[in-house]
Design a protein around this ligand. Structure first.
Ligand code: FUL
Length: 696
């Protein structure tokens, strides 16, 4: 009897003891910290990677910004197949598609009753087609989410520039958002230019937002400042290495009144709204399809850098794949997407940390529920956390044996807020821990890349956190090592050099447009290429067994005989014709930029089919030319105006090389570029990285 009582007592005591140390899981979860995401934003963040499609009259007119006066009949895809777009996105590993339902030219890809500039007026399917219907059906069929881009800026609608237009635009939104099933994201372009009456519109953003939420309560609204997600501040696909999902939006608006691109790129640490980052970038130099860019689809290396710069920095990646004039995704783009997916799959197939022992310097309440092993279970919903007072902690992943790794993935459990301000990663070198990298924010996902190391232990030190850290995953991977791309350049004298970063690589090249093989010409020294053509190069190692991707550069006339006219004998004038896009010329300050045309003596008479302008490539926009006129002359006295008052569309956000083709050829020895405006209203200088001619 006594013995039994003692047993009972012991049982009760053990139970109490266990519950004190947390075995009965009484420990409270960390309280949410600071600004928090909505449920739809968490779901959105988990999509990570999806497709943008730019398609419309611009596809048929080779423009980036249509004027709105294009004949709607130009829109006439011959083999449009939205199923092919959806299958491509699915096979690429993407989770959805966002389409330009209406771009700045006002053309609607569906038969809108609020416009007379739509597919209904086009030649496609005798005006009976509806791209949004076909795409939303295809997305449903292939299990993809469907999203729409609608530009408030409308260069066609007669009401644009008047208060009435806001109602028209809201009605247009309702039409799109109530007819094609669920829309996961509404993409609002902030661009606000002049409409057909030469007037700009004052946008009624509150009305637009209400309209979206009324029709699609779960949609995430994209704009420069959200409210659902925000623009990353550039069109090249890179978020800041510090990237907060929080932003202060009070007093800001999309477009001109947006926060600085730096703030958009990095967020605000204590921002009052949860507005996570979306990085939008095109797989080609421009947003719309052009046959001229068929050989300029971004390389796998480039796409991987973009991936690590976006998804790897707490941003979603919206990769644009423009549909061509047939109404199909071009093979060059789809092949590249599949190659890219293959490398991603190879990289992330095998989480080397999964199931390993993870030790933490502190576990919240000592509870199993918050134990460090949650970090290695491959499940985002379970997490490790510390006691409330602890904001510095370390995690050690024991790989049990020497393992080769070159990627680490960290994920905060964002439903409880973004907390970590800085962290470091170390690895065990056999004797001690060595620092591998030190960074700031983590957010939903942070991926660090580094050259392969072999180690048995990895340690993550959370150095500073705004509240106790809440980390869902730590993953380790060994990505396949890709040979870096050879770099092709040509100097002013017309000599081409090809550099490879890998000292063991052999570079082979061709100049006839063919794909280089291990038996193509061996690059040993710069060669003459003054009159231009195409250079394709590839790096090889192991006697040709492993090769890099092919790089190709197309050149026109070299600038050897050229000189830039300038009264100030400014040596730096040469920078605009030095063949090096990294250097640029900047004019002296003046508020009358248009008074100073740029005149170049080509040194000989050439037959010009066009010209090119490369804006500065250093990430700043100061002095980039927007509107211009272009003239040619044989004697520098009589000038022919070849292009009158044109603009480099979208050059501010996407400062890529601009090729301008003339309607016919002109024989000329002198060229003149008159600058009518620059991209920023207050610029007092003009900047030019390169000016070239098109003769081929
Ligand atoms: C920009 C637009 O002006 C470009 O044409 C493109 O649509 C890009 C995604 O957004 O604001």
């Amino acid at each position: 009897m006594f013995y039994l009582k003692m047993k009972q007592l012991l049982f009760v005591l053990t139970f109490q003891l266990l519950s004190i140390i947390g075995f009965t899981q009484q420990v409270k979860a960390p309280a949410p910290y600071g600004t928090l995401p909505g449920e739809n934003q968490v779901q959105w963040q988990k999509m990570e990677y999806y497709m943008f499609i730019h398609f419309g009259p611009n596809t048929f007119t080779d423009k980036e910004w249509g004027h709105g006066d294009e004949d709607p009949k130009v829109f006439n895809p011959t083999q449009l197949d939205a199923g092919q777009w959806a299958r491509t996105a699915k096979a690429a590993g993407m989770k959805g598609i966002i389409i330009t339902a209406k771009h700045h030219d006002g053309f609607c890809l569906w038969p809108s009753k609020y416009s007379t500039h739509t597919v209904r007026e086009s030649a496609w399917k005798n005006g009976k087609g509806d791209v949004l219907r076909e795409l939303s059906d295809a997305c449903r069929k292939y299990g993809l989410k469907f999203g729409v881009y609608l530009s408030p800026w409308d260069r066609n609608h007669p009401a644009y520039g008047t208060p009435e237009y806001n109602t028209v635009f809201a009605n247009t939104l309702t039409e799109v958002l109530s007819n094609y099933g669920p829309v996961f994201e509404q993409w609002f372009d902030g661009a606000n230019g002049e409409g057909p009456n030469g007037k700009r519109q004052v946008y009624d953003w509150p009305l637009f937002h209400q309209t979206v939420y009324r029709n699609q309560p779960k949609a995430v609204i994209f704009s420069d400042v959200g409210p659902g997600c925000r623009w990353v501040g550039n069109e090249n696909g890179f978020a800041g290495t510090t990237n907060w999902s929080t932003l202060n939006t009070a007093g800001f608006e999309p477009g001109q009144k947006a926060p600085s691109t730096k703030v958009l790129n990095q967020g605000d640490e204590d921002g009052k709204s949860w507005v996570p980052t979306e990085a939008d970038v095109s797989i080609r130099p421009g947003w719309f399809y052009s046959a001229a860019t068929d050989d300029k689809v971004k390389s796998i290396n480039h796409l991987l850098n973009i991936y690590y710069g976006s998804v790897g920095r707490n941003a979603n990646l919206l990769l644009n794949v423009p549909v061509d004039r047939r109404g199909l995704i071009h093979a060059n783009d789809s092949i590249r997407l599949m190659e890219f997916r293959k490398v991603l799959d190879q990289t992330f197939a095998n989480n080397l940390a999964k199931g390993t022992k993870v030790a933490a310097s502190n576990v919240r309440g000592g509870a199993k529920q918050f134990a460090a092993n949650n970090l290695a279970d491959g499940n985002y919903e379970s997490y490790w956390s510390t006691d409330d007072a602890v904001t510095e902690a370390s995690l050690t992943i024991d790989l049990a044996k020497e393992t080769a790794i070159n990627r680490i993935v960290l994920q905060e459990y964002i439903p409880l807020g973004q907390r970590v301000k800085s962290f470091a990663v170390e690895y065990w070198d056999g004797k001690k821990f060595r620092e591998l990298d030190r960074q700031t924010t983590i957010g939903y996902k942070r991926i660090l890349t580094f050259p392969v190391i072999k180690t048995s232990k990895v340690r993550v030190n959370i150095l500073e956190s705004k509240a106790c850290p809440v980390i869902a995953e730590v993953q380790l991977y060994k990505a396949p090592e890709l040979l870096s791309l050879p770099q092709i350049s040509r100097n002013r004298e017309g000599k081409v050099s090809i550099q490879s970063e890998s000292p063991d690589a052999v570079v082979r090249y061709t100049t006839d447009g063919s794909e280089p093989t291990f038996s193509s010409s061996h690059y040993t020294q710069p060669f003459d290429f003054g009159s231009g053509g195409i250079v394709k190069a590839k790096a090889f190692i192991n006697n040709g067994a492993k090769a890099s991707e092919t790089v190709s550069n197309t050149y026109d006339q070299a600038s050897q005989k050229w000189s830039v006219a300038g009264s100030d004998k400014d040596k730096r004038l040469d920078r605009m014709i030095d063949g090096d896009a990294r250097t640029f010329w900047m004019s002296a300050q003046s508020n009358e930029t248009s008074q100073r045309p740029i005149i170049i003596d080509l040194g000989e008479k050439l037959t010009l089919k066009g010209f090119s302008y490369v804006p500065r490539q250093d990430g700043n926009t100061g002095g980039i030319i927007y509107q211009y006129s272009f003239s040619t002359s044989e004697d520098r006295i009589n000038w022919t105006r070849v292009v009158n008052n044109a603009a480099f569309a979208n050059i501010k956000n996407n400062p890529v090389k601009q090729d301008v083709l003339f309607e016919r050829s002109y024989a000329a020895r002198f060229i003149k570029l008159e600058v009518l405006s620059t991209v920023n209203e207050n610029d007092q200088q003009i900047t030019v990285a390169e000016i070239g001619v098109i003769t081929r």
